[in-house]
Design a protein around this ligand. Structure first.
Ligand SMILES: [Zn+2]
Length: 127
């Protein structure tokens, strides 16, 4: 017996039952257009992604955008650290949680200072 959601217009699984040969009557699961949970809907090729995903609204919070934003934040924080070491700023610091991947360099060590400068320059070359 099909589940109520199929009767209400949900997509039906397109796979055939191995034993009886008739079409599966379960609804599609996990946002899949093809299969139910029994017939492999959770395969990555069947899962809706990007603009097809039902939760997609504007694309400003995708993984790529978040990664780019995190990288830019790390560059800005590193530049701020270099400026603080050179006494360029006389004010407060940014508060809040630092982005993942941020590394606080020890600017008194010349190698660390060079690494910090290289980190900001390499970040620009990536883009
Ligand atoms: Zn099925």
């Amino acid at each position: 017996m099909p589940l109520p959601s199929v009767l209400n217009g949900a997509l039906q699984c397109t796979k055939l039952c191995k034993r009886t040969g008739i079409r599966c009557k379960n609804p599609c699961a996990y946002g899949s257009k093809v299969a139910c949970k029994t017939h492999g809907s959770h395969k990555s090729r069947n899962v809706l992604r990007g603009t097809d995903h039902p939760r997609f609204s504007h694309g400003e919070r995708t993984k790529e955008v978040e990664t780019e934003h995190r990288r830019a934040s790390i560059t800005l924080l590193t530049l701020r650290d270099i400026g603080d070491y050179l006494n360029m700023f006389n004010g407060g610091h940014n508060s809040g949680r630092k982005p993942n991947g941020y590394r606080k360099y020890d600017m008194s060590d010349p190698e660390e200072l060079a690494l910090a400068i290289l980190a900001t320059v390499q970040d620009r070359q990536v883009k």
